[in-house]
Write a protein that binds this ligand. Structure first.
Ligand SMILES: Cc1ncc(COP(=O)(O)O)c(C=O)c1O
Length: 456
């Protein structure tokens, strides 16, 4: 058996406990333990078979995109909550799960040093960033949103949805926002919000918050930190000094986005947006003739753009953080440190191996590299071939197109400033990746040799 089963027993035991809470009700179901309808079994067999058509995200040889299954406790807690199916829009729909959401979100805010905040869960990083940029647009109407040219594409799209002007700030050779280029943009006086990405999706690069905060003092913009992927690394003790310096300043932002469904061990559908100033809640003010009747306490729908939301997400997140608190030196932090170690060790091997080109050392747990070849076109073609061949050996990598400038002057790659090259990419986000590095490297070496010999 490759897939974990612990959560099934957990679920069974906790379901009994949940059921006991409703003992006072008259029986409604004829026989809640009636034998299984064979049609259900038939459909579920079909479902399980259809799900074979997936990459094995749970396995250490899946070292591609930002994908992994949730922690067993999250899986069990989420499933348990679906027996109630609470809706965290209003206390009318999910009292317990709303309370759990407020506690879990406060723990995330505390991770960035915020004792006071306004925040909530939402569908994911896109939705969370939408809310942060919407608030920025309400506070600085008509002013520009600036994010780096390596920021997630969502910022440009969201700005278009919000009808706010958007501009890309150039990045340096390591994919980090260039503060000098940003300053030139700020000098025009029309920027309302700068988005700093603390861990870019492509290369895990970390925008320099020290310099960006100096610019905020001078130019007075709103600072939003997109830490959807990278945020939890603030707990890791093994970041490089430069990266650590930026992470230590995340709490100085006006708003932060972090995705529990990336590094927070949660099932999909769990993003989080945080605001430093709880007063921004006033921007969300609206009337609801249908809800907000059962309590005068805060209903989460009063401070979020989405209406219905799964209370199950909050239950799963709370349970996970109860088991694995968000503290430095803890078990959860150790998982992030293992991922980061895996990336550092993998990059070191690549850097000392003549067959590969490494543009720069990883800042978090994403490694980007390319096979050495004479021309940009050959590198791109070889990357594609290695990617395909590795998948046939059950090693699942990812591909990324990056600017050639990431390879700096160290490489004799002739191209204009805007040209890109196709590279290999791995998000080593499972702690087990560290123990599997030898096997991963052995497969990679094998497929690289055969990919090269098939062209020569
Ligand atoms: C930095 C960053 N921001 C935003 C997003 C979008 O998040 P989601 O896919 O949860 O909508 C991602 C996704 O990878 C991301 O890495």
């Amino acid at each position: 058996m490759h897939l974990e089963e612990t959560s099934l027993q957990l679920l069974k035991d906790s379901l009994k406990r949940l059921d006991a809470g409703f003992n006072a009700l008259p029986a409604a179901a004829e026989n809640p333990t009636q034998p299984l309808d064979p049609r259900l079994t038939a459909v579920m067999t079909e479902v399980a078979t259809r799900l074979h058509d997936n990459y094995p995200y749970f396995h250490p040889l899946y070292a591609g995109q930002m994908l992994k299954p949730p922690h067993p406790i999250a899986r069990a807690a989420y499933a348990l909550a679906t027996w109630i199916n609470p809706n965290n829009h209003a206390l009318d729909g999910g009292r317990a799960s709303s309370a759990l959401e407020k506690e879990a979100v406060a723990q995330i805010a505390a991770m960035f040093g915020w004792q006071e905040h306004l925040g909530h869960l939402c569908g994911g990083g896109t939705m969370a960033n939408l809310e942060a940029l919407w608030v920025a647009g309400q506070l600085h109407p008509g002013k520009k949103i600036v994010a780096s040219d390596q920021s997630h594409y969502t910022h440009k799209r969201i700005s278009a949805v919000l009808q706010l002007p958007f501009a890309e700030a150039p990045t340096d050779n390591r994919g980090r926002m260039d503060p000098r280029a940003l300053e030139k943009m700020l000098a025009a006086g029309d920027v309302g919000c700068v988005v700093a990405t603390e861990g870019t999706t492509g290369t895990g690069s970390v925008d320099p918050l020290t310099e960006i905060l100096c610019l905020r003092k001078r130019y007075g913009f709103r600072l939003h930190v997109d830490a959807a992927y990278g945020g939890y690394f603030t707990l890791a003790s093994n970041l490089a000094a430069e990266t650590r310096a930026s992470f230590d300043l995340i709490g100085r932002a006006d708003s932060i986005v972090i995705d529990p469904h990336k590094h927070g061990l949660q099932p999909y559908g769990c993003g989080c947006v945080l605001f430093r100033d709880p007063q921004v809640g006033a921007i969300y003010k609206h009337e609801s003739p249908y809800t907000y009747f059962t309590s005068s306490d805060l209903h989460l729908g009063e401070i979020s753009l989405e209406c219905s939301r799964p209370g199950a997400s909050a239950v799963a997140l709370w349970a996970t953080q109860r088991l694995l608190p968000l503290v430095r030196g803890g078990e959860f932090a150790a998982m992030l440190e293992a991922s980061r170690d895996a990336a550092v060790q993998f990059a070191e091997r690549l850097a000392t191996d003549q067959r590969w080109l490494l543009p720069f050392a990883p800042e978090l747990d994403i490694v980007v590299w390319a096979p050495r070849a004479e021309t940009v076109a050959e590198i791109s073609a070889l990357s594609q071939r290695i990617f395909d061949a590795a998948a046939k050996q059950n090693l699942h990598l990812a591909l990324i197109r990056v600017p050639i400038k990431f390879f700096g002057t160290q490489r004799n790659l002739q191209a204009g400033a805007t040209d890109t090259v196709l590279c290999l990419r791995s998000v080593l986000m499972k702690p087990e990746h560290r123990d599997w590095l030898d096997r991963i490297y052995a497969i990679l070496s094998r497929v690289a040799e055969s990919a090269v010999s098939s062209v020569s």
